[in-house]
Design a protein around this ligand. Structure first.
Ligand SMILES: Cc1cc2nc3c(=O)[nH]c(=O)nc-3n(C[C@H](O)[C@H](O)[C@H](O)COP(=O)(O)OP(=O)(O)OC[C@H]3O[C@@H](n4cnc5c(N)ncnc54)[C@H](O)[C@@H]3O)c2cc1C
Length: 416
């Protein structure tokens, strides 16, 4: 049996971030994953600025190493929103985005990288950490709370005893369901299906990711994210509540858009499908949950922390993993692993991500109204200030707040 202070279950972004932060703090930990890396993870593969900012906080050297591996990622400078009336709104990630600026081009904010590659990069990072013992190919399925720690095991008598568990095993975590009592609620959960294509035409020259709010699938959306080597991640996402209510088969819906939508089908004329269509759940952070208990903390998707508007979960997984590692360090120092002590982790998540998650939930509700979306796109295209405002929205929570207030739309309408 392995004995450790901290055991992290899952080596996705959330688990790796916890391990990297613990390593920075000089605390030994064991990380266990059921997969053998490199492994795939169904995702849109979009890495926002938050991913880089969190890795920078853990250790800027990690970002430097990521920046130089060009083959696994594509630099992306913005996002194109396509409104239900099919008008485009192109928003650079930087408010001062200039497609001709070489200085901007040297410092991209966002990337698109297949999770097969990005997650493997993170795993390679934890493998080089002296304080991290990484064990792969072990599926943990038993969790027993004993007086002196958590005893976890698999079916083959592999056992670890830990003072604290950091639970990072993703959207389908049995620990979250059975121990932490987090049940899947259709209005706080989404489903997504993705496929990889080659040679989709009409991509933005600066690799903008594309979110298409097609009327028939609102409040869901269709996406095309450009990847290296002329490949693209193509998918569709929708609230689980809506999928059940309208009895939607997401794979069929995705194929239908590609084959029949007048604008999209033209862009897929020369395209080849290079993967299967695969779906997975997105536990959204639109409801506040208790993320800690005696001797454990839930991070990333295991704690339902995906942004309900954008579907972005990698950045929040990294941030929550880092907060949990800091809290584990404090608990070890105080020799206090009680639920009261670990509740400070919940407070950190609320401080760091809470406001943004709530605002995104409000924006998610607004996109049900196609006319509002059309209006916003029309106005923004004719107004540089509004465009800059939306660009800032990606990074400034206070600006997102404005988008949820009716007064914002009144001003847009009457102060043009
Ligand atoms: C279709 C779709 C599109 C998405 N698009 C985006 C996007 O473009 N950008 C973005 O930021 N987010 C996106 N997301 C969300 C993102 O994928 C997740 O938020 C992110 O992967 C969460 O990271 P994590 O580390 O919490 O979990 P995961 O990445 O799921 O990692 C969990 C790890 O735990 C391991 N594990 C599971 N069970 C066990 C067990 N019993 N024992 C041991 N190990 C175990 C798994 O093998 C895995 O490696 C998307 C999600 C979906 C479904």
């Amino acid at each position: 049996m392995i004995k450790t202070k901290v055991c992290i279950i899952g080596a996705g972004p959330a688990g790796c971030s916890s391990a990297l932060q613990l390593n920075q703090l000089g605390i030994d930990c064991v990380v266990i994953d059921k997969a053998i890396f490199p492994r795939d993870k169904i995702c849109g593969d979009g890495l926002s600025g938050k991913v880089i900012s969190c890795l920078n906080r853990i250790d800027p050297e990690i970002v430097k190493r990521l920046e130089i591996i060009d083959i696994i990622k594509l630099n992306s400078w913005g996002v194109t929103f396509v409104a239900p009336n099919r008008k485009n709104l192109e928003i650079g990630y930087r408010p001062d985005y200039d497609k001709n600026s070489t200085t901007q081009k040297s410092k991209p904010i966002g990337y698109v990288s297949k999770r097969m590659d990005f997650d493997n990069f993170l795993v390679e990072e934890i493998k080089r950490c002296p304080h991290v013992n990484f064990i792969e190919g072990v599926n943990i399925n038993s969790y027993v709370l004993e007086s002196d720690g958590y005893l976890i095991s698999d079916d083959n008598d592999f056992k670890v005893k830990a003072d604290i568990l950091i639970v990072a095993n993703g959207a389908h975590s049995t620990f979250s369901k059975k121990v932490a009592n987090i049940v899947m609620e259709p209005k706080h959960n989404a489903g997504g299906v993705r496929a990889y294509y080659k040679n989709v035409t009409g991509m933005h020259t600066d690799n903008f990711i594309e979110l298409h709010f097609i009327k028939s699938i609102l409040p869901g959306y269709f996406w095309i994210f450009p990847l290296p080597n002329g490949e693209a991640n193509v998918g569709i996402g929708m609230l689980t509540e809506e999928i059940s209510k309208r009895k939607i088969n997401l794979t069929k819906e995705l194929k239908k858009i590609i084959e029949t939508d007048p604008i999209i089908k033209e862009r897929f004329k020369e395209a080849t499908l290079i993967s299967s269509y695969e779906g997975f759940g997105l536990p959204l952070g639109s409801k506040k949950r208790l993320l800690s208990g005696e001797r454990y903390m839930l991070v990333g998707d295991a704690g339902s922390l995906i942004d309900p508007f954008t579907g972005e979960g990698i950045g929040n997984a990294l941030y929550s993993g880092r907060y949990a590692a800091n809290q584990a360090a404090a608990a070890i120092l105080a020799n206090d692993f009680s639920k009261e002590a670990l509740y400070k982790y919940d407070l950190d998540v609320e401080r760091g991500l809470g406001t943004e998650l709530r605002l995104s939930h409000q924006i998610q509700k607004l996109i049900r109204f196609p006319w509002l979306f059309n209006l916003l796109v029309n106005i923004s295209n004719n107004n540089k200030q509004v465009k800059e405002l939306i660009s800032c929205m990606f990074y400034e929570v206070d600006i997102r707040k404005r988008l949820t207030k009716p007064s914002f739309y009144f001003k847009l309408l009457f102060n043009r």
